[in-house]
Each structure stands twice: as structure tokens, then as C-alpha cells.
Design a protein. Structure first.
Length: 123
């Protein structure tokens, strides 16, 4: 029974380490020299700042998607904005109306590029 408890505890620690990215848990669970600890800490900070920087510059907000869509259809009124998958891309679907015409502009969240543009004439 003790062996099972040890295995379960080791599995829980492993899962926690994987979920936390590994470096913080590894630094906390194993005694390291001060140089190795500083190196590990600096590496995790560098990795975190790189992922934060790329995440903040990669994704566009719904406001930016609306601006892109309004640039494509000047003078139109935005009636709806929602997130969708379109052609394998995570997109903002911006629905606009101008006169008796409805426009759907699909803007890629990652790049800000228009993935799909649909026009529907209301009669």
C-alpha cells in the first residue's frame, strides 16, 4: 500500500510540474546551487516575457476587428460582433449594415487579415 501511495504522489507531482511549466516546480522540489537556481529563474522569466510579448502582439481585440471591417465598408453601422471559426482560423465576425445591404467581415484574430467577406442584399 505504501508503494501505491508513493507512486500516486509522484504522479501528482509530475502532473503539477507539467501544468506549471516545469521550471518553477523543479526549482522548488530539488535543491540547487545558487548559480543553477539563478540560471533557472532567469530562464523561466525570459520564457514568460517572450510568451507574453508574442501573445499581446499576436491577438487583435474586437475593437480592432471593428475598425478593420469599417475600413472595408465605409459608412456602415456595426450590428453584431462575435468570435467564430472560419476556414480554419479563429476570427471575429463583424456584421455591418449599410442601406439595405448586410455585410459579414471575418477578421483573423491572430493576424488582423480579412479571411472572408460576405454581402447579402436585403430586398
Amino acid at each position: 500500500m505504501r508503494q501505491t501511495t508513493k507512486i500516486a504522489l509522484a504522479a501528482a507531482v509530475t502532473v503539477t510540474a507539467l501544468a506549471a511549466g516545469g521550471t518553477a516546480v523543479a526549482a522548488a522540489s530539488a535543491p540547487l546551487s545558487s548559480a543553477a537556481s539563478a540560471s533557472l529563474s532567469q530562464a523561466s522569466v525570459s520564457r514568460a516575457s517572450v510568451s507574453t510579448a508574442s501573445a499581446s502582439t499576436a491577438a487583435i481585440s474586437w475593437r480592432q476587428a471593428v475598425a478593420i471591417a469599417k475600413k472595408r465598408v465605409p459608412g456602415a453601422r456595426v450590428t453584431e460582433v462575435e468570435r467564430e471559426w472560419e476556414h480554419g482560423y479563429r476570427t471575429w465576425k463583424v456584421e455591418l449594415h449599410k442601406g439595405h445591404t448586410e455585410y459579414d467581415v471575418y477578421v483573423a484574430i491572430a493576424t488582423g487579415r480579412i479571411i472572408k467577406f460576405r454581402v447579402d442584399h436585403d430586398d
